[in-house]
Design a protein around this ligand. Structure first.
Ligand code: CA
Length: 220
């Protein structure tokens, strides 16, 4: 027994899912449909979706922002966890990928909770700030182009209320962040992003080793 975070081999991971996953049937179907997608690795793990839904409820989230929708797994998980008046501003640039998301949002009856903005996310976030929306959001999720993470983060920190939470995906980047010989642009960007948050006194911080690493930053 160790007090380090336990590594998950396939058997233990399967157990974790069997012992705790409560996946809505539409989430399961969306995951099955996306499994055939060439970019399936962009989809979050089901236990991560469940964890984020729990976080949204813990923070009493009503107004949310997602940067990076892909085929909609995380936004669907989040929307299902929100109260009826809950809303998500969902940012993506792909009409093709988000067409799948729209189909599932509609079938799940949560389409009216999700405001899809097909535009570069920085434009959308800057637009919200310009419209006086600073400090009016409760929960945000970043899962998009890694080199822009720091820019998304700064906007979202302004948009969140004190006590609001931003969750950031892929912050362990398949382990590459800890490999000093890996200097791919995405790896370098995530490493710099992690270092920036580590020293950021505006937030409370935890890097949770779920999925590919999920950083939680609570605005102070
Ligand atoms: Ca991701």
């Amino acid at each position: 027994m160790s007090n380090r975070t336990i590594p998950l081999d396939d058997r233990l991971y399967d157990y974790l899912l069997r012992a705790s996953l409560r996946e809505h049937s539409l989430l399961a179907r969306l995951r099955a449909e996306t499994a055939a997608h060439p970019r399936v690795s962009m989809q979050i793990a089901p236990e991560q979706g469940q964890f984020m839904a729990l976080l949204a409820r813990l923070t009493g989230a009503q107004r949310c922002i997602e940067v990076g929708v892909f085929t909609g797994y995380s936004s669907l998980a989040l929307a299902l966890a929100l109260p009826p008046e809950g809303r998500i501003v969902a940012c993506d640039i792909s009409a093709e990928y988000t067409a799948v998301a729209r189909r599932y949002w509609a079938e799940a009856g949560v389409a009216e909770k999700i405001d899809l903005r097909l535009a570069p996310a920085l434009e959308t976030l800057d637009g919200l700030l310009a419209a006086g929306e600073a400090a009016r959001y409760d929960f945000a999720f970043i899962d998009a182009d890694k080199e822009a993470y720091a820019d998304y983060y700064e906007r979202l920190l302004e948009l969140l209320r004190p006590g609001g939470l931003v969750a950031v995906d892929n912050t362990l980047w398949d382990g590459a962040v800890a490999d000093p010989s890996d200097n791919e642009p995405d790896t370098v960007a995530i490493r710099a992003f992690n270092a920036r948050l580590h020293g950021d006194e505006r937030i409370d911080l935890s890097l949770v080793p779920i999925g590919d690493g999920l950083t939680l930053a609570r605005k102070r």
